[in-house]
Ligand binder design. Structure first.
Ligand code: NAD
Length: 496
C-alpha cells in the first residue's frame, strides 16, 4: 500500500503558488478542501502548484453535473460526439510540444519520453474518432419467420477514471475519449502528484463544443477515490495504480454495482536466451529498465539471462547503465530524469539497502552516480544473483534498479515469471522462433514483447495485465473500451 503523502493546511498560505481548481459543470471552481499537497518539479525540487484534497461534497457536485449532462449527451449522434474528438485531436497536435514539456516538468521523464507518451495519448483520441463505426451493434433478420433482432450499444451513464502519477497525460486519455465519444459523461481524478497536464487537457476540451458537465475534474487523493467508488450515481470506474489500491478500488466499486477495470502494479521479467543478438537486445533492455527512471508499469524489473549469456548480458547492462547521462529531462542529451518525489527516492534507496542486506550483489550502485544536487535524482543500479525470495526480487521497486536472476533453461525462466503474483508485461530476446512462440504462449503476463523491451499500449489493441496486475474483465483501449463504456440493448420485433 502506498505510504501517505505529506498533507499541508491551506489556511494562511502565502500567495504565489496556485492551488488548483476543480472543473465542474463547465466551470473552474475552488475545491472545498482545507488541505493540500505540494506538486513538485522533480528535476529542481521546487513546488510548482498545490493539489487541493477535495472531499465528498466536491465529488457530489461533479457527479450531479455529469448526471445533468447525461440525457442530452447520450442522445447526441455518435458522429457529432466524434467531431468533438476530432477537435481535441487537432488541439492536442497544436499543443504537442507544450504538453510534452508540461509532462516533463511535473513528472521528470525526459522530453523524448514525454513526447512518446503524448503521442500514445493522441492515438487514443484518434481511435475514439471512429466511434460511429466502432459503436455499431449487430442484428439478424428472421430469427423466426418475420421476426428480427437488433443489438444497439448504449452508453452506461456517468463514468469515472482515477489516474496514477507516472503518465500524467497518457493514462487519462486511455479512458476519457472512449467514455465521452460513446455518450457517457465523465469525472476524472488526476494523480495528486501530477495534476497539471490533466488541467491543460481539460482546458483544451473546453474548446471542443462539449456541453457543460460532460467532462468534470476533481483534484485530490484517497477521499475522492472512495467517494467515486461509493457514489450510486456512477456506473463505471476505470483505475490505474498500484496493486493494493487497484484491488481495493475493484472491491469498493463492484460492491456498489459498478463495472470496473482496475489496472495494478507489475514485476516484469525480461528473458535473454544465449542465441539473442545482444547488439540489438541490450539497447532495448537498457530502455526497458531505465526509461522513465523505471517508473513504468511495463518497465523491465528482473533480467533473466539463460545459461551462458549471463556474464555478457550483465556486464553490458552495467556498462551501458553507468554511461547514461542523468539530469533534468528538458536538457538535451539527458537519458534519464529524476524519480517523482523525495519520498519515492527514499523508498528506492531503501530497496537498494535491502538488496545489499539480503545478499544480492550490487554490481552498479546508483547512489554513487553523478547526478545534479537539486531534485530527486538517483542513478541506475544493477543487482546480480537476485533470488525470488529477496525483497528486490519480489516487490515492485518502480525506480531505476535492475535485478538479475540467472537461470539454466527457458523452462526455469517461465517458471520464475509464472510464480510471481503480478503478470503485467514480459519480454524475450532470442533468434529462435520456436522459443519465442513457446514463451509467448506460456507467459503469465498479458503483454508480451519478442525482441521488444516494452510491449507498449497501442490505442487500437486491448491493454492490461493479468493476475494481480489487473482486476476486471474488459481491458482498456480499442474494441474493449467500446465494450466497457456501452451496454447492449437487444430488441426483438415482429410487425403485423
Ligand atoms: P497509487 O496506487 O499510489 O495511486 C493511484 C491513484 O490512486 C492515485 O490517483 C491516488 O490518488 C489514488 N490512491 C492512492 N492511495 C489510495 C488509497 N489508499 N485509496 C484510494 N485511492 C488511493 O499509484 P501511483 O504511485 O500513482 O502509480 C504507480 C503504480 O501504478 C505502480 O504500481 C505502477 O505499476 C502502476 N501502474 C500500472 C499501470 C498498468 O497499466 N497496469 C500503468 C501505470 C501505472
Amino acid at each position: 500500500m502506498p505510504e501517505s503523502l505529506p498533507v499541508k493546511s491551506t489556511a494562511g498560505l502565502a500567495a504565489g503558488v496556485e492551488i488548483l481548481p476543480n472543473y465542474i459543470g463547465g466551470r473552474w471552481v475552488a475545491a472545498r478542501a482545507q488541505e493540500h499537497l505540494d506538486v513538485h518539479n522533480p528535476a529542481l525540487g521546487e513546488v510548482i502548484a498545490r493539489t487541493p484534497l477535495s472531499g465528498r461534497e466536491d465529488v457530489e457536485a461533479a457527479v450531479a453535473a455529469a448526471q445533468r449532462a447525461f440525457p442530452a449527451w447520450s442522445e447526441t449522434p455518435a458522429v457529432v460526439r466524434a467531431r468533438a474528438m476530432f477537435k481535441l485531436k487537432a488541439l492536442l497536435e497544436d499543443s504537442f510540444e507544450e504538453l510534452s514539456r508540461l509532462v516533463t516538468t511535473e513528472h521528470g521523464k525526459t522530453i523524448d519520453e514525454a513526447r512518446g507518451s503524448v503521442r500514445r495519448a493522441i492515438e487514443c483520441v484518434e481511435v475514439a474518432c471512429g466511434a460511429p463505426s466502432l459503436m455499431m451493434g449487430s442484428g439478424l433478420e428472421n430469427i423466426a419467420s418475420g421476426i428480427d433482432c437488433t443489438v444497439f450499444r448504449q452508453p452506461v451513464g456517468v463514468s469515472a477514471a482515477i489516474a496514477p502519477f507516472n503518465f500524467p497525460a497518457m493514462v487519462p486519455l486511455w479512458f476519457l475519449p472512449f467514455a465521452v465519444v460513446t455518450g457517457n459523461t465523465f469525472v476524472l481524478k488526476p494523480s495528486e502528484q501530477v495534476p497539471l497536464s490533466q488541467r491543460r487537457i481539460v482546458e483544451l476540451l473546453e474548446k471542443c463544443d462539449l456541453p457543460p458537465g460532460v467532462v468534470n475534474l476533481v483534484n485530490g487523493g484517497r477521499a475522492v477515490v472512495e467517494a467515486l467508488c461509493e457514489h450510486p450515481g456512477i456506473r463505471a470506474v476505470s483505475f490505474v495504480g498500484s496493486t493494493p489500491v487497484a484491488r481495493t478500488v475493484y472491491q469498493m466499486a463492484t460492491h456498489t454495482g459498478k463495472r470496473v477495470q482496475a489496472l495494478g502494479g507489475a514485476k516484469n521479467f525480461i528473458v535473454v536466451l544465449p542465441d539473442a543478438n545482444l547488439d540489438h537486445a541490450m539497447a532495448a533492455i537498457l530502455e526497458s529498465f531505465y526509461g522513465c527512471a523505471g517508473e513504468r508499469c511495463l518497465a523491465g524489473s528482473v533480467l533473466v539471462p539463460v545459461g551462458s549469456v549471463h556474464a555478457e548480458a550483465r556486464d553490458r547492462l552495467v556498462e551501458a547503465a553507468r554511461a547514461m547521462p542523468v539530469g533534468n529531462g528538458l536538457e538535451p542529451g539527458v537519458r534519464m530524469g529524476p524519480v517523482i518525489s523525495d519520498r519515492h527516492r527514499q523508498r528506492v534507496l531503501g530497496y537498494i539497502e535491502k538488496g545489499v542486506a539480503e545478499g544480492a550483489r550490487l554490481v552498479l550502485d546508483g547512489r554513487q552516480a553523478r547526478v545534479p544536487d537539486r531534485g530527486f535524482f538517483i542513478g541506475p543500479s544493477v543487482f546480480d544473483v537476485v533470488s525470488a525470495d529477496m525483497t528486490i526480487g519480489r516487490e515492485e521497486i518502480f525506480g531505476p534498479v535492475a535485478s538479475i536472476s540467472p537461470v539454466k533453461s527457458l523452462e526455469e525462466a517461465i517458471d520464475l515469471m509464472r510464480a510471481h503474483p503480478n503478470a503485467n508485461a514480459t519480454s524475450i530476446f532470442t533468434t529462435s522462433g520456436k522459443a519465442a512462440r513457446e514463451f509467448s504462449h506460456r507467459a503469465s503476463a498479458s503483454m508480451v514483447g519478442v525482441n521488444i523491451g516494452v510491449a507498449a499500449p497501442m490505442a487500437y489493441f486491448p491493454f492490461g495485465g493479468a493476475k494481480d496486475s489487473f482486476f476486471g474483465d474488459l481491458k482498456v483501449h480499442g474494441r474493449d473500451a467500446f465494450e466497457f463504456y456501452t451496454d447492449k440493448k437487444v430488441t426483438i420485433s415482429r410487425w403485423y
